[in-house]
Design a protein around this ligand. Structure first.
Ligand SMILES: [Zn+2]
Length: 408
């Protein structure tokens, strides 16, 4: 599996506070381990990997206007407390992707490092942290996408045909996910269902990208990078549930939202590999993020997949509870460019569910019904495209005609 996103790693310049150069490093500070950038079509991701988690609850990403006299471009900066970067990153990372000119990290005070992002274009950003390894992530977005292809030929979600589906088997490698009855490990169940799903989708004419197709460890940053760089239109993350109550069973489907009920937060916490108390920064980032069209498309996708999956599962076991479509703060769904859902296929800790999930037949039926839901979504989106191609919607008309002309 190739990661197509352009990545630039390691680093950086200093020059922020030259007088610190001769200063000894104070004790008790964390280190900057790496600086990476990923260029996507609508945004650029900057990742600062640290040796320790830092508390950014009081930190602010500040935007500074260009200073033409000093020859400085418009830029964003963030002071990172308790981190020593010293002179290690003297050259900075050049990006030059039309959004970012480059990224620098320097020692701002004895106990603060400063991340500086030099901008070429800017509309908005989001800032969040990821655990193990500790990372600060800044996504910088350019101007809002207009209803026309951008330079890479990509249209906004509402005007794109649904062609590419990214299938994400949750966990893997060192991370087994939930463990359940009969020695079941979530990572294996997920992979098996996901491979079946990939096959069913390909039979229906979709292009499919698997985030992993074997038992490997895949970090959330890598997982979303694979998805975002694949040009996917739909993202389906496959998981299996666990509960301390042996009786709890059923299927539930999630979309991303900062709002949640108590149970959703428990599930999100487990799937994110983060204690529920640490989901706050992600929820805050989500709250700041604009609610864009992708959110409503994800809800539509979740509804259609849910309908198919429940209808199919009820045929096998009429008593199987339908836990519905829910919302929660899932890192893996934290993407802006495609409709994304997470399917919790059942509880490995429940006898009946575990027996079902162990059976190849039920796994196949699940794969088939999820694929049917995605196909329903494609159909609805295409009908939407046709109906928006009326003379009153000229922009949409032109754009739809353009996609039409690219169809095989
Ligand atoms: Zn999981």
């Amino acid at each position: 599996m190739k990661v197509a996103g352009r990545i630039r790693s390691s680093l950086l310049l200093l020059g922020l506070m030259p007088f610190l150069l001769g200063v000894e490093r104070p004790p008790g500070l964390g280190d900057v381990r790496d600086v990476r950038t990923w260029s996507y079509e609508g945004y650029t991701r900057v990742v600062l990997e640290l040796s320790h988690e830092v508390d950014l609850s009081k930190a602010k990403l500040v935007r500074l206007a260009a200073n033409r006299h000093a020859g400085r471009p418009e830029r964003l900066y963030l002071d990172v407390p308790g981190v020593w970067v010293g002179r290690r990153y003297e050259d900075g990372v050049e990006v030059g992707d039309g959004l970012l000119a480059g990224v620098r990290v320097g020692q701002n005070t004895l106990r603060n490092s400063r991340l500086v992002i030099d901008l070429e274009r800017y509309d908005h950003h989001r800032l969040f942290t990821l655990p193990s390894p500790a990372r600060i992530v800044v996504d910088v977005y350019g101007d809002p996408v207009e209803a026309a292809p951008d330079s890479s030929g990509r249209l906004p979600a509402s005007l794109r045909r649904v062609r590419t589906v990214v299938v994400d088997p949750g966990h893997g490698g060192r991370d087994p996910g939930a463990t359940g009855l009969y020695g079941l490990r979530e990572k294996d169940v997920n992979l098996s269902i996901a491979k079946g799903l990939a096959k069913r989708l390909e039979e229906r004419g979709f292009r499919v990208v698997l985030t992993r197709d074997d038992d490997r460890t895949l970090d959330l940053e890598e997982r979303t990078a694979i998805a975002e760089s694949s040009g996917g239109d739909v993202f389906i993350s496959i998981h299996a549930n666990a509960s301390s109550r042996a009786k709890t069973r059923g299927i539930e489907i999630y979309t991303l939202d900062e709002n949640h009920e108590r149970h959703s937060l428990d599930v999100a916490s487990r799937e994110n590999g983060v204690p529920a108390s640490k989901l706050d920064p992600l929820q805050r980032a989500l709250a700041r993020l604009r609610v864009d069209e992708v959110g409503s498309h994800s809800t539509k996708l979740a509804g259609l997949v849910h309908e198919q999956v429940i209808a199919s599962a009820k045929k096998r076991d009429r008593s199987l509870p339908d836990l519905g479509v829910k919302k929660g703060p899932f890192y893996v769904l934290f993407m802006s460019s495609m409709s994304s859902v997470l399917v919790e296929t059942g509880f490995l800790t429940n006898k009946k569910d575990a027996k079902l999930l162990k059976s190849v037949k039920f796994q196949r039926e699940l794969a088939e019904s999820i694929a049917a839901g995605v196909a329903d979504y494609r159909r609805q989106m295409e009908q939407g495209l046709l109906s928006s191609a009326e003379p009153s919607a000229r922009g949409a008309d032109r754009a739809a005609a353009r996609i039409g002309s690219r169809a095989p």
